[in-house]
Design a binder for this molecule. Sequence first.
Ligand code: LLP
Length: 413
Amino acid sequence: MNIITYIIRHKEILLEILEKFRTPAYIYFEEILQENVQKYFDAFKRYGKFKMMYAYKANTNIEICKILKNLNVGADVVSAGELHIAKHINLNSRDVIFTSNGKTDEGIDSALNFGCTINIDGFEEIEIIDEISKQINKRPKVSFRINPEVNPHTHDKIATGVKESKFGINFKEALNAYKLAGQKNFEILGIHCHIGSQITEIEPFVEEAKKISKIVTDLHKAGINLKFVDLGGGLGIDYLHNGSYNGLSHNDLANGILPIVENLNKNLRYDVELILEPGRSIVGNTGILLTKVLSIKRTPYKKFINADAGFNDLIRPAMYDAYHKILNLNDQSEGDEIFDVAGNLCESCDILGRGRKIKANRNDILAVLDAGAYGFSMCSNYNSMPKPAEILITKDKKVKVLREREKFSALIK
Ligand code: LLP
């Protein structure tokens, strides 16, 4: 479905919502969310033991998490807080994996009591989990996060499996880690890897899958038989919307990694469960950030559209120089002036979009596209800005408020 046509088609409903809830506000579309999940299931359906654990960090709005649970999607959680949400919506512990390079004792305790997989990130953590589990008399279910040293060809700040990364156990040390865990009273379930986000080429995924398969085969030879292989996050998405995006389709991903997994199964003589933990490609294009034009400013050097959202609402442009397409819902015609769309924070880097040909007037509503992933979840109260509302347009076109806009009273609690 073409997202721009979709948004324009919903223009009236969006403008109506804003009369009531004001800007800035995040709007999510359930229909697109469902479609995104289905695309993965369709592409991987030929592999019987395929499972998705949605990366909660992308967007933990509880209603989004519930919709995904009802679509049979589990959770990749990275903190005691995300684990709390997964438990709260009654996800089965089998459908939750707890990953973090720095797990708090509270998080470990909570994961042990819940019984989900704890994805161990380092050698010392083996001892820590062993100790805490003995104190509370629980047998840990574990996997290991392995750093495969693969360059994902993405923005440096979101590359996670290069050799200098803080995440995981280096692949050369994987066997030793499993052997050490084998001496503990652990249930060793699987292997995990995440090489980065917004990946648009198949080669890094293939290299990752091959390196992990080799470790699983070596472990099998050493008598350790893993049940699952978790290859981490999912596909990159098209932020540009100009026809030039050259990323991967769901089928490209399936065609790239399934033969490697099938080959692994032959070596093992049993089938492993294949897990993916997509975040961005599940929620990214399901969400937009609506922001109002406060004023237009023309300086001798540059022109600005001053909007009422800033990097407190959407940090991706400031943090990763990320491009998000911006549409004026009141007027989609291309103007002939070039503007920077500026946020209203006291920071020069608070620019939502640079060099945009947008025609806009005071009080127009701008939609910042593809803001569903790492949007609200990375919000802050910087400059004492209240957090925006989150609203869902359901499949049957109902407007559901998922989270009210934060009140000023919250700022002085
Ligand atoms: N699994 C693990 C262990 C991860 O660390 C991540 C993302 C994912 C899954 C989901 O990856 P995805 O399918 O979304 O590519 N804030 C950044 C993205 C950081 C991603 C960190 N890890 C951004 O806004 O681009």
